[in-house]
Design a protein around this ligand. Structure first.
Ligand SMILES: [Zn+2]
Length: 224
């Protein structure tokens, strides 16, 4: 593997992010990536409330998941490379008696908008925006985020972290290129509540480094 390319990309992303901050981009005034920037950053693209995807963005290389692993419903998709690693994760978990379910993968922008609008109507703006990303601000739209639960616990809530499956995922996800994206101790930085079911694919090398660093993705990229 060529180690030079990802490193250069990370450096560029750090520049993007720092430049965006310096120019006053924020959740209310987000930075919008170009399609070229999205393609250049690949698995390490930072997507959040401040760094958003281009309008009408549809990721390349999506693959249907239900022929490979246990899914919550039909027609679930994920980036094909991420899906290969997710399949390995599911197989490894099964060997240890852990039954995983792929609960949510790629979402269209229109579906993310529906989730967002409905959650605001249900919970009010300030709470809702810590629970659901705005349209074009979700990693699910990027095709690199997987919500994973278990047959015994099918609710996306904090209690999942206390189950054997939740603990297994937190301890082992990095071996398959995924990171726990919204840790409990990083809420002020990620601006999301703890989500022990939401995992982001970044590739094995970066997942190992990020997990070992104890940093969330925002911190990790800016310190590069
Ligand atoms: Zn999620």
């Amino acid at each position: 593997m060529n180690n030079k390319t990802p490193f250069c990309c990370l450096m560029l992303l750090g520049v993007f992010a720092l430049t965006a901050n310096a120019q006053g981009y924020s959740e209310k005034n987000p930075y919008i990536y170009s399609v070229q920037e999205v393609e250049k950053e690949g698995f390490m693209l930072l997507v959040n409330k401040t760094y958003r995807l281009p309008e009408g963005f549809v990721p390349q290389n999506l693959e249907r998941a239900d022929t490979k692993l246990r899914c919550e419903r039909e027609n679930m998709f994920l980036n094909s490379t991420a899906l290969d690693y997710l399949e390995q994760m599911f197989t490894a978990a099964k060997k240890e008696g852990i039954d995983l379910i792929f609960f949510d993968g790629w979402r269209e922008e229109s579906l993310q908008r529906t989730y967002y609008v409905n959650k605001i109507a249900e919970k009010g703006h300030s709470l809702a925006t810590t629970l659901v990303a705005p349209p074009r601000g979700s990693e699910h739209e990027l095709g690199l985020a997987a919500d994973i639960l278990s047959t015994a616990h099918r609710m996306r809530d904090g209690h999942f972290a206390l189950t054997a499956t939740g603990k297994w995922l937190i301890a082992n996800c990095w071996k398959y290129g995924f990171i726990l994206r919204y840790p409990q101790n990083k809420i002020e930085i990620t601006r999301f509540l703890f989500e022990p079911w939401h995992y982001r694919f970044v590739g094995i090398d970066e997942a190992a480094k990020i997990t070992q660093s104890g940093l969330c993705m925002e911190e990790y990229l800016l310190k590069k």
